[in-house]
Ligand binder design. Structure first.
Ligand SMILES: [Zn+2]
Length: 162
């Protein structure tokens, strides 16, 4: 069935089928779906992109489907931005376990690392050095003890260690 379609395309375009898709793939750098569309436009015969991929693979032009997939991403033919899930910073913040909070407070001597206030002076909070919204994690190295005032931004600029 598929071979007959390929023969028909060869006859219509007056070239061996393999040469046609090889040329479209390598010279015109079309993706398999585009090759499928192109062939259909010219011959009205539908060869699925999967069949074209399989054929290219049989010819040793592509080693695997994933390789072709990666190549098409590299060429900017595929975008997966729409599949990217947004992570809410609040959900990550909730993820600081009590034990970790304690470790950070303990490490910092129960003092604001910027102004030195203790829990008796102000409420101490855990701050993300690199903000969660900017890709910061809940790794202990990214966490520090701040008083509520420093955390709110007041005095932070002057006292921020280099
Ligand atoms: Zn402070």
């Amino acid at each position: 069935m598929r071979l007959n379609k390929m023969k028909s395309i060869s006859a219509l375009l007056n070239h061996p089928f393999d040469d046609i898709i090889k040329g479209l793939y390598l010279n015109k750098t079309l993706a398999s779906q585009e090759i499928s569309d192109e062939l259909f436009r010219k011959t009205k015969i539908l060869i699925t992109s999967r069949s074209i991929q399989r054929r290219l693979k049989q010819m040793g032009i592509i080693r695997s489907f994933s390789q072709a997939f990666n190549l098409s991403i590299k060429k900017g033919r595929k975008s997966y931005e729409h599949l990217r899930k947004t992570v809410k910073s609040s959900s990550l913040r909730k993820g600081i376990a009590p034990k970790l909070r304690f470790q950070v407070f303990h490490r910092d001597g129960y003092r604001c690392v910027l102004c030195g206030k203790t829990a008796q002076d102000d409420l101490l909070v855990i701050d993300h050095i690199k903000p969660v919204a900017g890709g910061g994690t809940n790794d202990e190295k990214n966490l520090r003890t701040l008083c509520r005032e420093c955390n709110s931004g007041k005095g932070k600029v002057l006292l921020e260690p280099v």
